[in-house]
Design a protein around this ligand. Structure first.
Ligand code: SAM
Length: 178
C-alpha cells in the first residue's frame, strides 16, 4: 500500500486528539516489518481510533496477525474523573471494531490481564510512572518483535524509563521503541 493510500485509510478513522498521523504511519511501517503471525496488542485503546486503523490495515493488506485491544474503559475513568476521556468509549470501540473478525477486545486493566505472546505491542494506557514501569516490566518480554509506546516525551514516562534504566529510541515524534 502506498503512503497516500495509508493516509486515506488513516484519515477517516484516526482520533487525532490521541495520536498524530505520523505516529500512526510509523506503526503501520512496523507492522509491515513483522515476521511472525503472532497478534498485535494495543494496551489502552480509548475509543478504538488507532485500533480501527490497524484493523483496517491488516484487512486491506491481508496480513495474518490478529489484533488484541485492552482497556478498562469506564473503570479507568471512574478512578480518574479528571481524565478528559468522556463516557461511552467501550460502546464506540465495540462499534468501530465490529467489522473486523480478527480483533479481540479485552475489557480490563493491563496489570490484571494475563499476558500473551505478541508480534508487536503498542503501549498507550496508564501514563503514570509506576503504571508505565509495571506495564513495561510485565508486557515487554511478550513482545517478540517490537515494543512501541506513545508519549515518550511525557515527563512521568521519561521518569519511568530512567528508573527502569532503559534507553528508548524515538521512531516518530513522541513515539518510542524499546
Ligand atoms: C491515551 S488513551 C489511548 C489512545 C489510543 N491508543 C488511541 O491511539 O486512540 C489511554 C487509554 O488507556 C486506558 N487505560 C488506562 N489504564 C489502563 C490500563 N492499566 N490498561 C489498559 N488501558 C488502560 C484508558 O482507559 C484510555 O482509554
Amino acid at each position: 500500500m502506498t503512503t497516500q493510500e495509508k493516509l486515506a485509510l488513516i484519515s477517516s478513522k484516526i482520533d487525532t486528539e490521541m495520536i498524530n498521523v505520523d505516529n500512526l504511519l510509523t506503526i503501520l511501517q512496523y507492522i509491515d516489518l513483522l515476521q511472525t503471525d503472532l497478534p498485535i496488542i494495543e494496551i489502552g485503546c480509548y475509543r478504538g481510533g488507532t485500533s480501527s486503523c490497524i484493523a483496517e490495515y491488516l484487512t486491506e493488506t491481508k496480513k495474518p496477525q490478529g489484533l488484541v485491544v485492552i482497556d478498562p474503559f469506564e473503570q479507568f475513568i471512574d478512578q480518574h474523573p479528571d481524565w478528559p476521556t468522556g463516557t461511552g468509549n467501550e460502546a464506540i470501540t465495540r462499534s468501530r471494531l465490529e467489522p473486523y473478525p480478527q480483533v479481540e477486545i479485552i475489557k480490563g486493566f493491563s496489570f490484571a490481564v494475563p499476558p500473551r505472546d505478541a508480534s508487536l505491542i503498542f503501549l498507550d494506557g496508564d501514563h503514570s510512572t509506576p503504571a508505565f514501569m509495571q506495564d513495561v516490566t510485565k508486557w515487554r518480554p511478550y513482545a517478540k518483535e517490537y515494543f512501541l509506546f506513545h508519549d515518550l516525551n511525557y515527563e512521568p514516562i521519561q521518569k519511568a524509563l530512567a528508573q527502569l534504566g532503559l534507553p528508548a529510541e524515538e521512531i516518530s515524534h513522541n513515539l518510542g521503541k524499546l
